[in-house]
Design a protein around this ligand. Structure first.
Ligand code: NDP
Length: 327
């Protein structure tokens, strides 16, 4: 049976990324075949869809770093036909065919069973961005920080990681400061639970090695000068979870916050995150994430609008999360 997919092929000119028809026989090795019903557009998907990034490490490649669907066949795994499953990362869209396809064949070890209380569409409304936000919140908690420690800052707040982090932290009782470049999203961010909105520009210009102590914790989607300034304004003993690079991959920082204020910089990786921590993150998302807020931060698009959504996310024009309805 033929199925539709967005595939990147290597050409002399670079990459050719487009909709194609594929056959089951073209799927990569794996022990579980999944009928994909939903995927998402994350920032990384935007990069891959652009046909200009180094995300894809093997050609041809089916794009899409997230998928949710229903198991069709399974060999030697705990999963059975009809089971509802999620995959985030594990090389999807990099080294293994991903979720922008009506069908996927993956390793059983990569599958997360759809948590009770979440629909497949909701799981993809969360997607890699939301699950990364939860990994960041869990890292801050592991550091021993609580709402009593002081406020939490979220940068890139109106994006996917940012919106989910604002919602999760606010509902856990944190006073959330949301940094955004879009003042038009202030009401949206307050609706998710932000107490204070600050201008992205206040963090993006070169700053001092140490600034006034402001927040006890931070979830940063932006990187670069913003992350350096976030560290410089973190309170004594605080922690910053570095998730992203929407503002750049560099980190023009000094060691001052680490050696003078005992600040901790915590790296967050969603792609190879061990299964036990993934399961904990998804369990927490299913129990903690407010469904009305999730709906408020989510837009669902048809499969054929994925390219346009990819262009918009790279320009910072999308709000919250984008679900791609594959079927
Ligand atoms: P989004 O595009 O949805 O969110 C990024 C947000 O960052 C934007 O909405 C915007 O927020 C802000 N932003 C955009 N461009 C700039 C800029 N030039 N300077 C400063 N701020 C900017 O992306 P995602 O939420 O999907 O991903 C966020 C980041 O996290 C990405 O870099 C992504 O690659 C990374 N990521 C990393 C993961 C990991 O495993 N570590 C997993 C998932 C994502 P606003 O308008 O509010 O300022």
């Amino acid at each position: 049976m033929k199925f539709r997919a967005i595939r990147a092929d290597k050409t002399d000119a670079g990459q050719d990324v487009r909709f194609v028809e594929m056959e089951d026989s073209e799927l990569m090795d794996g022990d579980v075949t999944v009928r994909v019903t939903h995927s998402t557009v994350n920032y990384k998907d935007g990069l891959a869809l652009s046909g200009k990034s180094a995300i894809i490490r093997r050609f041809p490649m089916v794009l899409g770093i997230d998928l949710a669907g229903v198991v069709e066949t399974s060999a030697g795994t705990d999963f059975a036909p009809g089971d509802e499953v999620i995959v985030n990362g594990f090389g999807l869209s990099e080294t293994h065919f991903g979720g922008y396809a009506e069908k996927a064949r993956v390793k059983g070890d990569w599958l997360v069973r759809l948590p009770a209380g979440l629909t497949r569409a909701e799981a993809m409304a969360i997607g890699t961005a939301g699950y990364t936000a939860m990994l960041a919140v869990m890292a801050i908690e592991r550091h021993g920080l609580t709402p009593a420690s002081g406020p939490a800052l979220v940068t890139g707040a109106a994006g996917g990681v940012g919106s989910t982090a604002v919602s999760l932290l606010a509902d856990k009782g944190w006073t959330v400061i949301a940094s955004t470049g879009r003042s038009s999203e202030a009401e949206y961010l307050k609706g998710l639970g932000a107490s204070e909105i600050i201008e992205r520009a206040s963090l993006s210009a070169p700053g001092k090695p140490l600034g006034k102590e402001q927040w006890a914790a931070a979830v940063d989607s932006v990187g670069s000068q913003t992350l350096a300034n976030v560290l410089a304004q973190t309170r004594y003993g605080g922690a910053v979870a570095a998730c992203g690079l929407a503002g750049g991959i560099d980190l023009p920082a000094t060691v001052a916050p680490f050696i003078l204020r005992a600040v901790t910089l915590i790296g967050i990786d969603s792609v190879q995150c061990p299964m036990a921590r993934r399961l904990e993150a998804w369990r927490r998302l299913a129990s903690d994430l407010d469904r009305e807020k999730l709906a408020a931060m989510t837009q669902t698009i048809p499969f054929n609008e994925a390219f346009e959504a990819g262009r918009r996310i790279l320009k910072g024009e999308t709000r919250g999360r984008l679900v791609v309805a594959i079927e």
